[in-house]
Design a protein around this ligand. Sequence first.
Ligand code: NAD
Ligand code: G6P
Ligand code: MN
Length: 442
Amino acid sequence: MKKHSIVIAGGGSTFTPGIVLMLLDNLDRLPIRQIKFYDNDEARQDIVADACKVIIKEKAPEINVVKTIDPETAFTDVDFVMAHIRVGKYKMREMDEKLPLKYGVVGQETCGPGGMSYGMRSIGGVLELVDYMEQYSPDAWMLNYSNPAAIVAEATRKLRPNAKILNICDMPISIENLMAQILGLSSRKEMKVRYYGLNHFGWWTSITDQAGNDLMPQLKAHVKDHGYAIDFSDAGQHVDKSWQDTFKKVKDVYALAPDTMPNTYLKYYLYPQDEVEKTDPDYTRANQVMDGREKHVFTECKRIAENQSTEGSTLEIDEHASYIVDLARAIAYNTGERMLLIVENNGAISNFEPTAMVEVPCIVGKNGPEPLTQGEIPRFQKGLMEQQVAVEKLVVEAYAEKSYQKLWQALTLSRTVPNARVAKELLDDLIEANIDFWPTLK
Ligand code: NAD
Ligand code: G6P
Ligand code: MN
């Protein structure tokens, strides 16, 4: 089997060590000859990459390791770009979450005004990565999970229509892992699903076993009372208390359309006031992550680098991230794996805008994804999705045209924002906070 060269863009991400451990655990499925770390914050990346070097040296010393902040060095001679950048880092995530809360509006990384604010920063960063890849390794594919994925995906569709980029989200993977546990299955891969929506905005319409037997009734019996809540001692990435609350809240989201299973993120659109009430405006998810995951990962990384050994390390393989290997293998070996991806609708949802970026099951092979038809969707979901896709498209148009007006319209149109006056006041706050990142709006 061919050995691959990979660049991890956003090398300093808190998720990098877990993904590296996962890649090393999957070398029989996806052989690797080189791993490069690329970031635009050298000091932050050094902490993570120096530890990853030790990890790789212990487990697979034959793999060549490169850490760099130079795009040419990073993007030359690679087969895959695994991209998880956060433009503005946690400091700006904190702003995205806290500024809307001042107005009693949902403060969230990817949903509502916070997601739009992050989107306006992220688009430029991701386009830059696409351009480096096309310049230095034109045959490579980018596997992108940089957020807000819905807006980033629309931006690459519109502004880089020929880019070899696959946009993917891990939330459905995590939810399917929970569903599998609820159903008593040993793996989510025992399920076959039908699903439609936008990123962080979708519904499962069918879940069967591989023989075609309907698993929905058993799942519904659990979800109507408990949402996706289970015994979380073994739940992987999403184990924090706030995530457990999210999985419980699914009960209320489910109640609105009980013939389907919902994505967790719909709670921000269907119960925005409940979320605002639950949130401490002085200590949001960004604070939890900085005090939790970031502190843990960085402390461990520093210790590994200092000792030049992983002995006693509590860094764990991010098992659920093996979907990234599934995706890379689908491209590399033309496996035809069935996966949920964020792709141009183009008829997959027959009564929905053809150019919308939708999340649907796709068959993935060496030439990319082939979306599977999901047919007509009901009026309730269609109405919600039309409003939300308009928000996402308006944000991208606002970015491309540097238009204040369109961004104001986008904010006003979001279900999370009560009226145009609040939208404008909040927009003006966000412009000020993002002065170093957003294009100057006219
Ligand atoms: P993080 O801040 O720890 O890491 C992001 C890294 O990106 C930082 O080291 C930062 O310096 C770097 N960066 C920022 N702008 C850059 C640029 N223009 N070029 C190169 N590097 C740049 O963040 P994190 O919490 O580890 O998350 C990373 C990203 O992954 C976020 O976008 C997050 O939303 C996303 N994520 C997505 C999914 C999904 O389902 N799609 C799941 C988990 C995380
Ligand atoms: C899920 C979503 C991601 C999001 C992440 C946030 O995995 O699919 O898109 O980035 O949650 O998690 P965090 O722990 O940083 O709040
Ligand atoms: Mn996601």
